[in-house]
Design a protein around this ligand. Structure first.
Ligand code: FES
Length: 153
């Protein structure tokens, strides 16, 4: 396939890229931009490890083609902290042990931030429903809910 030009802003930096039409946003972030904080779990929309924000909306980057992200603003886990200062959700995950192995954590945190921003953090049930696309094999769910509830307050 012929490569296509794609321009996207990632964590505040504009990138002009040449991408294969079939390349997913996930692969572009990890392989072309070296932003390996975003994880590949299932690569077909089942696990949420690849969650990023595109124009403020959370998406599974494994289900998004790079060409679809053309002209958009992407935020990845690397874009949350401000210098040495962690994002409040990152702090809360640390405080509440919202992870064990940590593989799903970047995706969990990106979803958790969106959960509050979109107003779906009003109860444990609502949080669990919103977060249901983010699988944690270690079962850190109660701690993840606690972290989200603390940031919400
Ligand atoms: Fe995208 Fe699993 S890697 S949902």
């Amino acid at each position: 396939f012929e490569k296509m030009p794609v321009k996207m802003e990632v964590n505040g930096v504009t990138h002009s890229l040449s991408v294969e039409p079939r390349a997913t946003l996930l692969d572009i972030l990890r392989e072309q931009l070296d932003l390996t904080g975003t994880k590949k779990g299932c690569d077909h929309g089942q696990c949420g490890a690849c969650t990023v924000h595109v124009d403020g909306q959370r998406v599974n980057s494994c289900l998004t083609l790079g060409v679809m992200a053309s002209g958009k603003k992407i935020t990845t886990i690397e874009g949350l902290a401000k210098g040495d200062e962690l994002h409040p959700m990152q702090e809360a995950f640390l405080k509440h042990d919202g992870f064990q192995c940590g593989y799903c954590t970047p995706g969990q945190i990106m979803s958790a931030v969106a959960c509050i921003r979109e107003g779906h953090a009003n109860s444990e049930t609502e949080i669990r429903e919103y977060m249901s696309g983010n699988i944690c094999r270690c079962g850190a769910y109660p701690n993840i809910v606690n972290a989200i509830q603390e940031v919400k307050e």
